[in-house]
Design a protein around this ligand. Structure first.
Ligand code: GAR
Length: 207
């Protein structure tokens, strides 16, 4: 079995999807870490019985906040970290502590539209193909090696709310599957994942 920690900043729907998917597996979601005390993800964690921690960055250096996070991760025995709407860049210190073991989900087809406005920028772009990217985290902004991209073709008539719902639907479907595959691979003796540089891109409806 492998232990997963989830980092989030806001609503926490991806955290909840991960928690639900991991529950019947041999793996464990050992903690939620948030950087904002008003993150709704905290309420989800309480309901699900997942230990949660608020690590505020206010008034401290990023490195000091991350030392707190590393202590939490060690105390919970976390093997992997899934970023699920965590809206901060991690420093090399934390990334190097979990080499190839930090995964992020982004609501756009990277390298297009990195950052915190992925859905809005995708929507306004006029691109017909929109989608999500699940990728390993490196030192850059949403720049690490992709693991899976999943796209769909929009008609152009959708509202931004409809596009956002479609993107979240894809995220909730694929993020748990990718993470469980990575955690299963850990058990098989491939601690960086079976296919650390694999890119699977699928288009169209998948379910
Ligand atoms: C998700 O759409 C995720 O892809 C995005 O934040 C949202 C969090 O939703 N992440 C980024 O934009 C990272 N650059 P959630 O809190 O409901 O899971």
């Amino acid at each position: 079995m492998a232990n997963l920690a989830v980092f989030a900043s806001g609503n926490g729907t991806n955290f909840e999807a991960l928690a639900g998917a991991l529950a019947p597996t041999r793996h464990a979601l050992v903690c939620l870490v948030v950087d904002r005390k008003d993150a709704f993800a905290l309420r989800r964690a309480e309901k699900l019985g997942v230990p949660s921690y608020v690590v505020s960055y206010k008034g401290k250096r990023r490195e000091d906040a991350e030392e707190e996070m590393l202590a939490i991760l060690a105390s919970r025995g976390a093997d992997y970290i899934a970023l699920a709407g965590f809206m901060r860049l991690l420093s090399p210190r934390l990334i190097d502590a979990y080499p190839s073991r930090i995964v992020n989900i982004h609501p756009a087809l990277l390298p297009k539209y990195p950052g915190t406005q992925g859905i809005e920028e995708s929507y306004r772009s006029g691109d017909r193909e929109l989608g999500i990217t699940i990728h390993y985290v490196d030192y850059g902004l949403d720049s690490g090696p992709p693991i899976r991209q999943q796209s769909f073709t929009r008609s152009g008539a959708e509202t931004i709310d409809e596009i956002e719902s479609r993107i979240h639907e894809l995220e909730h479907h694929w993020y748990p599957r990718v993470m469980i595959e990575i955690l299963d691979a850990h058990d098989s003796g491939f601690p960086c994942g079976v296919h650390p540089r694999r890119v699977e891109t699928e288009k169209g409806d998948v379910f």
